[in-house]
Design a protein around this ligand. Structure first.
Ligand SMILES: C[S@@+](CC[C@H](N)C(=O)[O-])C[C@H]1O[C@@H](n2cnc3c(N)ncnc32)[C@H](O)[C@@H]1O
Length: 201
């Protein structure tokens, strides 16, 4: 992602941007009150200590700065997360992912976390992010190839469940048909609610 960002910036002729990799839970490389704007799209809910990351975001933000971050919404309003859980249950019943993408998905709970971290003012709004993918099995595999799913499936594969990805692809296609997500040659997931937070230090 960082390589891609650097490439796109170079292509666009942007010369005053730099790109670095850092752990959001430990931004000690950056001084307090450094940044005017901070964004984190659909990231913090995958961090084991998301409050630590939010404390870091607030610390490195200038007093006049603005932080914007988003998380996936509730499980029953986010087709992609519901699908991932359905497929997991179909091919590896009783297992769990290392992180729950919907852990901060309820307005009230997210509000409490952001308030506790100390942001002085903030608002949270719901946004729907419909998603479309080609209606092919390769596409099912690429959707399943994200860290939350692959951490579990790679582990089960290493433990001897050698066909887990094949079964997961088939389960994904079957669930997409069952829920009416297959449209002509596309898989369309109409409802994926994200909660968007805009916060001042
Ligand atoms: C769903 S992806 C979102 C990626 C990107 N923000 C976007 O909108 O396409 C979640 C990202 O969070 C990153 N991530 C997870 N834990 C992290 C941490 N502790 N510090 C920095 N990034 C982290 C993962 O590497 C992954 O790229």
């Amino acid at each position: 992602m960082v390589k891609q960002a650097a490439k796109q910036a170079a292509e666009a002729g942007i010369k005053n941007a730099s790109f670095e990799v850092a752990d959001a839970e430990d931004l000690s490389a950056y001084a307090d009150d450094t940044f005017d704007v901070l964004t984190c799209n659909c990231g913090i809910m995958f961090m084991p200590h998301y409050s630590k990351a939010l404390l870091e975001f607030r610390r490195i933000l200038k007093p006049s700065g603005v932080a914007m971050f988003s998380v996936w919404g509730p499980r029953d309003k986010t087709d992609l997360i519901a699908m991932m859980n359905e497929v997991r249950e179909a091919v590896a019943p009783g297992t769990t992912f290392f992180a729950d993408p919907a852990v901060l998905g309820k307005q009230g709970e997210l509000h409490a976390v952001v308030e506790k971290v100390g942001f002085s003012s903030f608002n949270i709004r719901d946004v729907n992010v419909p998603m479309k993918f080609p209606g092919t099995i390769e596409s099912a595999r690429s959707v399943l190839d994200n860290a939350v799913v692959s951490e579990l499936f790679n582990r089960l594969q290493a433990e001897g469940d050698t066909h887990i990805y094949k079964r997961a692809e088939d389960a994904w296609m079957a669930a997409a048909v069952k829920h009416g997500y297959m449209k002509a040659d596309e898989m369309v997931f109409p409802q994926n609610i994200a909660l968007m937070v805009t916060a001042k230090k």
